[in-house]
Design a protein around this ligand. Structure first.
Ligand code: 1GP
Length: 252
């Protein structure tokens, strides 16, 4: 199995380098906005483009991924809300298991049904422990997943969940307060989780300020994901990317 993207993530973590990822929801971007996001991402040296959403209604995911691949060389990573959100034109897939929930379908059920199809795609598969944390508002992800998020102040639950995910073999941990969260994940939760795992830690949900992205990285996040705020103001890409990349390198 391919592991090009994962290896670069693991290497960056070893070197203490932080990454910035822009989340693109194919339902929310038209071609003009997509072109603008690509151009701004290239000039801001964005590390990854995540494509997906909890509810991709339109059927232009594939078209969207192909368009990105034709116009830039930033790696495209799928962040699927369901097993149907697959495009073989992407570089890699966050193979998510919702380990903060107790819904067997999202822990393993959907994976079983879609396994042959996913394998056939030829995508780089990155097993990811997906942890949803309460962001102060019921988000699409918590509704669709029918799973209770981890309370925002229960740092130890998040820590134990991430540790268990890693010991089960998950290569990445993604802690998400949900798209458009009112309260992003706290630095104290990020720190305790980062201190107890070796896997690269992705953080997203409700990050609207470059300062917040910076503080998240200082607390231990390896990859910052921003979607909503950038959909509203694409010029934020430059500031967010600069903030993430300005975090002093701390060799692990
Ligand atoms: C959501 O983590 C992502 O799953 C990004 O969240 O859209 O709030 O930036 P935002």
């Amino acid at each position: 199995m391919k592991s090009v993207i994962y290896n670069t993530l693991a290497e960056k973590k070893k070197q203490g380098k932080k990454s910035f990822a822009v989340l693109i929801d194919p339902d929310k971007v038209d071609k003009a906005l997509l072109d603008e996001l690509i151009e701004l991402s290239v000039s801001a040296k964005v590390d990854y483009l995540l494509v997906g959403g909890s509810l991709v209604i339109s059927n232009h995911l594939d078209e969207c991924v192909q368009h990105i691949k034709q116009h830039c060389s930033i790696p495209v990573i799928l962040f699927p809300g369901s097993p149907s959100q697959i495009s073989k034109h992407a570089d890699a897939l966050l193979y998510l298991s919702l380990i903060s929930g107790r819904n067997p379908e999202l822990l393993i059920g959907q994976h079983v049904v879609s396994a042959p199809f996913i394998r056939q795609s030829g995508l780089e598969i990155m097993p990811t422990g997906y942890i949803v944390v309460d962001g102060g508002a019921p988000t699409t992800v918590s509704y669709i997943s029918n799973a209770t998020p981890i309370p925002a102040d229960k740092n130890e639950i998040a820590m134990c969940t991430a540790m268990a995910g890693e010991m089960l073999g998950m290569k990445l941990i993604y802690m998400d307060a949900g798209s458009g969260a009112k309260r992003p994940i706290t630095e104290s939760m990020i720190k305790i989780v980062a201190d107890h795992i070796e896997a690269p830690l992705i953080i997203g949900g409700g990050i609207t300020e470059p300062e917040k992205a910076y503080l998240n990285c200082k607390a231990g996040a390896d990859v910052i994901v921003v979607g909503n705020a950038i959909e509203k103001d694409a010029s934020l890409i430059q500031e967010m990317s600069a903030a993430v990349h300005s975090v002093p390198v701390k060799v692990i």
